[in-house]
Write a protein that binds this ligand. Sequence first.
Ligand code: NAP
Length: 307
Amino acid sequence: MAHIYDRVALIGLGLIASSMFWAMKRKGLAGEVTGFARSAETRHIAREIGLCDVVYDDIREAVRGADLVVLCVPVGAMGPVMAQIADVLAPGATVTDVGSVKKDVIEKIIPHLPEGVHFIAGHPLAGTEHSGPRAGFAELFDNRWCLLVPVAGSDPAAIARLRSFWEGIGSNVEEMDADHHDLVVAVTSHAPHLIAYTMVGVADDLSRVTDGEVIKYSAGGFRDFTRIAASDPTMWRDVFLTNKEATLEILGRFTEELFALQRAIRQGDGDHLFDYFTRTRAIRRGIIEAGQDTDAADFGRGVGRKP
Ligand code: NAP
């Protein structure tokens, strides 16, 4: 495949940036990929494993001359990072980000955006509970959605180019406005993470009473919560600090539903429980039919599978 960008700069070299790098290399989407990470340790690891063609110790050197700059840092760091690089961005370059929240990131980046530089916010809906430069793999974005959030005045040609780039990386691409994005991900990702954090916290409190049995006998449901609750604390702290409104709206609805289910249990209302669980089961089927997960038992972990 011909290059889509001549020089791509990845700022922040964790799970998402490293996966983008390997996916770009797989398809030859960029002439050269430069990188920068905050800590000397991450830069050292990146050099050791060949993550990026050149890793710079200076963020401004990493973005100089880039025609695409991808901000892959936690949401709360987007504004400060943009402030550091704004005056070395080349006219005509595109800046994008991969942050999990869009309205707040856009508000923090726009004030620093120089004349002649395009900004198109983005969010690949793909990830794992692992983080850091070693966590990435080329297939992370295959057949996953990447949401692009153009801002007022975004150049259509720059949007089309970024769309081709994400398609080259393996994603399906959709455009969305920032408010809608933040509400959708509050339902599909942010509130579920908070619920998993809470459930694991409750079990942890209980395990002090039951002397480790929660860990010893952990079965499917709880184990899946622990996987989600192992996600990066900095990233998720920032998500909840910046997607406050939408997350609180969804948690309000969640609490109401939880109370209704609690009442059904107390009153022995089996019909309510059965109907509810039938409805939710159909959602799981829909996700599998849309190709967004496997229907293998136990998420394909292989436990209990016949040899
Ligand atoms: P990650 O693996 O933890 O990597 C984060 C990178 O950002 C690291 O290189 C880190 O540098 C750097 N960084 C952290 N704080 C910084 C700061 N204050 N200033 C400058 N650099 C800083 O994170 P990730 O999972 O790739 O996530 C990156 C972004 O993608 C986040 O905005 C997240 O919301 C979004 N996202 C994540 C997922 C997911 O499932 N993980 C999915 C979609 C989108 P050091 O290594 O030097 O500390």
